[in-house]
Design a protein around this ligand. Structure first.
Ligand code: HEM
Length: 495
């Protein structure tokens, strides 16, 4: 058979295969759609994770929704996410265009880069600085900041949210820019916080009307908001870079992500390389600061609502760590209940409830369902945490669920909160250490409980959660006080 005939047979077979896929196999199930606009009318702008979770109870773990110009595939179980995003990661590691973040100016932010060379370059930049080994080197700073956190919480308990933000920000500032944050009006902190506001205030990523509707359509107001963050985004790219470049010239820089990468630039590097370094450094705070802060706010809420779990963790710390010192990273494996509590914080209310959407690059078949090329693939972390086939009474905060029988049911630790496949969070080791040391130190030294109202009754908080890529509880009242007055010197960061 000539090569020509062979090639023709292959082409016809591929075309036929594609035709069969598109016309014979069903899309994943989903609710009835409206003509033309599909499901645009029924997808809420808020609490999408809960909405998708409710749909999954009717339509199963993989759901198809249609909005103008795009198919959406929602994955509601860890199994489905592993099957597609991990095992078939070559097909599912792309991102859709996110017009809102383009408008703001986040063109060199890893989280939004399409799959390709630039993506791989940015992943390498992070990998060099945030590997497990490298992150061990930041633990002394994290321990120092955890002491400060406990001190700030004890001193100004009603400003617990600020103290948690300070903790997250200081570590990121140290690692990304090598600077020590001394006061609230630190100019760099102000710059990164201003830019980060855009992430919180412009709706769920890839899932607002701006992403698939013309600008006159109701709901596209987020585009106007996004434009208002443009100047702040530019500043967070340029200011730190210029500052550290100057410090490098003067020989007064401290070790940091930015100085490490600027130092490796040489004469032959393209302007693109500079933009990549600026963009990747600017992303560290927006990706790492808000998520850590949100997770810790969720921890405080969990402790107010679950005093028994708090007590059990404190008894474990007192027993294992003993008096006269705070928990250290080397204690982690000896504190199984604290570990379960940290994992339960991530599961109970993930701070990134529907992740950052992936995108499929080719047509695919999964369990007899057709997944079209170009689908937006949403990781419903919230739904995975509430999966009743995995977690008993999923709405209940119950760290013991992870313990082996008979204390628990050996339920699996959550994994979805750091994402999947080639897009898995590159800052996860740093983040995991941040969250653990902050929680262990706070539990060791402080007691967190319900606030008491003027009528003398305890106030049970039930705050709404914010609605951006990251999500956390809105402000609520609580009572934070020292447990061990005699050991208050432990809160001094004398390191
Ligand atoms: C508790 C804290 C954190 C949580 C819950 C979290 C969660 C996530 C999630 C869910 C994703 C999306 C993964 C996917 O698409 O499958 C992500 C991506 C990302 N995270 Fe984190 N993260 C945290 C902290 C950090 C830190 C500290 C850094 C920086 C050092 C960081 C940097 C990034 C970046 C750059 C991406 C984009 C990755 C890509 O698109 O390839 N994160 N994170």
């Amino acid at each position: 058979m000539s090569n020509y005939i062979l090639l023709s047979i292959i082409c016809v077979s591929v075309t036929l295969w594609r035709w069969l896929l598109r016309n014979r196999l069903p899309l994943p199930p989903g609710p009835p759609a409206d003509p033309i606009i599909g499901h645009a009318r029924i997808i809420p702008e808020e609490n999408q994770g809960d909405f998708f979770y409710q749909l999954s109870k009717v339509y199963g773990p993989v759901i198809h929704l249609k909005v103008p110009g795009r198919n959406m595939i929602v994955l509601n179980t860890v199994e489905a996410a592993m099957d597609l995003l991990d095992k078939r990661s070559a097909n599912y590691s792309d991102r859709s265009k996110l017009p809102l973040f383009d408008i703001m100016g986040w063109n060199a932010a890893l989280g939004f880069l399409p799959y390709g060379k630039k993506f791989q370059k940015h992943r390498r930049l992070y990998q060099q600085y945030f590997s497990r080994d490298k992150c061990n080197g930041y633990q002394s700073v994290q321990s120092k900041q955890a002491r400060l956190l406990v001190k700030n919480l004890a001193k100004n308990p009603e400003k617990y949210s600020d103290a948690l933000q300070w903790f997250s920000t200081s570590i990121i500032m140290h690692v990304a820019y090598g600077c020590e944050v001394i006061s609230d009006d630190d100019i760099l902190v102000k710059i990164v916080e201003d830019a980060a506001q855009g992430f919180n205030n412009c709706g769920p990523a890839g899932n607002t009307a701006v992403d698939y509707m013309p600008s006159w359509f109701p709901g596209t107001h987020y585009a106007k908001k996004a434009r208002s963050y443009k100047a702040a985004t530019k500043k967070v790219h340029d200011f730190p870079y210029d500052t550290i470049k100057r410090q490098l010239v003067e020989g007064v820089e401290s070790p940091s992500y930015l100085s490490y990468h600027i130092d490796r630039l040489d004469q032959n590097d393209e302007p693109d390389d500079i933009d990549d370094i600026k963009g990747s450094a600017a992303t560290i705070y927006t990706a790492g600061g808000e998520t850590t802060w949100s997770t810790l706010l969720i921890f405080i809420l969990a402790m107010v609502l679950n005093p028994d779990c708090q007590r059990e963790a404190q008894e474990e710390i007192d027993r294992v760590v003993g008096p006269g010192r705070l928990p250290e990273f080397s204690d982690r494996s000896s504190l199984p209940y604290v570990e379960c509590l940290v994992q339960e914080v991530h599961r109970w209310n993930s701070s990134v409830p529907i992740g950052i959407p992936h995108r499929s690059m080719e047509d695919d078949i999964y369990n007899g369902m057709f997944i079209p090329k170009g689908s937006v693939v949403i990781v419903n972390t919230r739904g995975m945490s509430l999966d009743e086939n995995v977690y008993l009474e999923p709405y209940k905060f119950n760290p013991s669920r992870f313990l082996p029988k008979p204390q628990g049911r050996a339920e699996p630790h959550p994994t979805a909160h750091f994402g999947f496949g080639r897009r898995v969070c590159p800052g996860r080791y740093l983040a995991d250490d941040n969250v653990w040391i902050a929680i262990a130190s706070t539990l060791a030294m402080l007691s967190i409980s319900k606030a008491v109202g003027k009528d003398g009754k305890e106030i049970t908080p039930d705050p709404p959660f914010t609605n951006g890529i990251t999500s956390h509880s809105s402000p609520f009242l609580c009572n934070i006080k020292p447990r061990k007055e005699a050991e208050s010197t432990l809160m001094e960061p004398e390191l």
